[in-house]
Design a protein around this ligand. Structure first.
Ligand code: ADP
Ligand code: MG
Length: 241
């Protein structure tokens, strides 16, 4: 489903460059539940944004569902993104002047679905996330956990193959974090590939596969609590010692 090969990414920093990703190799199969860990500034969001076709990479290759994702027009990128990817963020990113139902329906609005149909579908997704009674409420009337559930419903309404979540529990208390993780587990069990970014060990341990970023490289992959893989970059380095 996802195949990254020697991915590099730099940001311009005045006259110099900040080399954030220095050769990422990563395979993620359909239906996996993966977390990306690493200290602040290690490039987790950069990697997730590349996976979600929100950002370009400089070097290497990214195949998504067998398709090479290289520099393309924003229009084409947006079409592929809408077809394949749902996004959830730490800060929920709900539109403050739209109610829960309208927020969930938004992706369908951009697809040109008529109001009646998109509201009907939004209600169905709100219902799945236990929020039917909150449909008419504005974001500022919802708790953090409810806001994140609205955001998840909005990410799911376009029926993505992959759900990407950047620190989805970062703004939530412990109990609510586990509730949100349980929802993500359910979504994963329904067949959607789920990839989250987190710096919390307890949260990461709820996923099957943990990928740890360090100094712009994947320094280890842990599957079911066991070390499964060094990145090929590290393997090359170890071999050359
Ligand atoms: P993380 O999510 O692991 O905290 P990020 O991927 O957000 O890390 O950022 C990695 C590094 O790249 C940080 O040093 C950050 O300041 C820098 N960075 C991120 N986005 C940009 C940008 N658009 N322009 C310049 N530097 C950026
Ligand atoms: Mg980040």
């Amino acid at each position: 489903m996802i195949k990254l090969n020697d991915i590099h990414k730099s940001y311009a920093m005045g006259s110099s460059k900040l080399h954030v990703l220095k050769g990422i190799d990563l395979d993620i199969h359909q239906g996996e539940f993966v977390s990306i860990m690493g200290s602040s500034g290690s490039g987790k969001s950069t990697l997730l944004n590349i996976l979600g076709i929100l950002d370009n990479y400089d070097q290497g290759s990214y195949h998504l569902g067998g398709k090479l994702i290289s520099n393309m027009s924003e229009k084409k990128a947006a079409r592929l993104r809408n077809e394949m990817v749902g996004f959830v963020f730490q800060s929920f990113n709900l539109i403050s002047f739209k109610n829960a139902m309208e927020n969930v329906a938004l992706p369908l609005y951009y697809k040109g679905v008529n109001r009646k149909k998109r509201n009907l579908m939004a209600m169905e997704y709100l219902d799945r996330l236990g929020l039917k009674d909150w449909a008419a409420h504005m974001p500022n009337e919802l708790s953090g956990g409810q806001k994140q559930r609205v955001a998840i419903a909005r990410a799911l309404i376009s029926q993505p193959k992959i759900l990407l979540a950047d620190e989805p529990t970062g703004a939530l208390d412990t109990t609510t974090s586990y509730e949100v993780m349980a929802i993500l587990q359910e979504i994963n069990q329904a067949g959607i590939t789920v990839i989250i970014v987190t710096h919390e060990h307890d949260i990461a341990s709820m996923t099957k596969k943990v990928v740890r970023l360090k100094d712009g490289l994947i320094d280890e992959v842990i599957v079911n609590g066991e070390l499964a893989d060094f990145s090929s970059q590290y393997a090359r380095e170890i071999q050359s010692v």
